[in-house]
Write a protein that binds this ligand. Structure first.
Ligand code: CA
Length: 225
């Protein structure tokens, strides 16, 4: 993995760096918060090891600013044992894991391996259709890298249509998958949801179109590149 370590304590930074480099990772380091934040903004890391207490810009505000910019890189906070409140605040801010100081190198290696497994797992659960990225675990959708508000039944509808772009799904199939009902309720509920999803997708240039095939059903039609 490509890993960034932001840690101001010289010995600890070197220990983490040498351990992870020996494990085969490609490691960058920063001693200061601002320097670390710049590196995190301008490089594609798989994991950021982020110390809490840093000069100039602390770990929590780095995490907050990264998430605000839509950077969802895995972040492992490094924090002292006593800072339990900080840990909770960090979870709120979107930290992915914690390493409590002092720690043994074996624990460091094990936790980083767990992050790598998680990354691989997430990668296999990302479905790409045109400019859309659909996260099948988190139920998040991005269009051109921007978050798209597609939740609940809208998500299940998009998930179904995106299984096979170009293939027509009948209203019965859609009702069965999205509403778990096997009869026709004689309402236009499918059309209402399809139209709403179509409008959401249309907010982003280059998004797939949802095509109504009259009398048959609907299909997702990716835009030609
Ligand atoms: Ca520190």
């Amino acid at each position: 993995m490509k890993i960034l370590i932001i840690e101001d304590e010289y010995k600890l930074r070197n220990l983490i760096n040498s351990t992870l480099t020996r494990e085969g990772h490609d490691v960058d380091t920063a001693a200061g918060g601002e320097e670390g934040f710049e590196l995190a903004l301008n490089n594609a890391y798989d994991l950021i090891m982020l110390d809490w207490m840093l000069p100039k810009k602390d770990g929590l505000s780095i995490l907050e600013d990264l998430r605000d910019r839509g950077i969802s890189t895995l972040v492992m906070m490094i924090t002292a044992k006593s800072d339990l409140d900080d840990k909770l605040a960090g979870l709120d801010m979107g930290a992915d894991d914690y390493l409590i100081k002092p720690f043994h190198v074996d624990e460091l290696v094990a936790r980083v391996k767990a992050m790598a497994r998680r990354l691989n797992l997430e990668a296999t659960h990302l479905r790409h259709v045109g400019n859309l990225e659909i996260n099948l675990i988190k139920h998040h959708v991005q269009a051109n890298g921007n978050p798209l508000e597609v939740t609940g039944r809208d998500f299940h509808l998009l998930e179904l249509l995106s299984r096979a772009p170009g293939q027509i799904f009948t209203r019965t199939q859609i009702l069965s998958h999205v509403w778990q009902i096997s009869y026709d309720p004689q309402t236009n509920v499918v059309d209402v949801y399809v139209n709403r999803l179509r409008k959401k997708l249309a907010e982003f240039e280059g998004s797939p179109l949802i095509e109504n095939v009259r009398g048959v059903g609907y299909r997702l039609k990716p835009m030609e590149p």
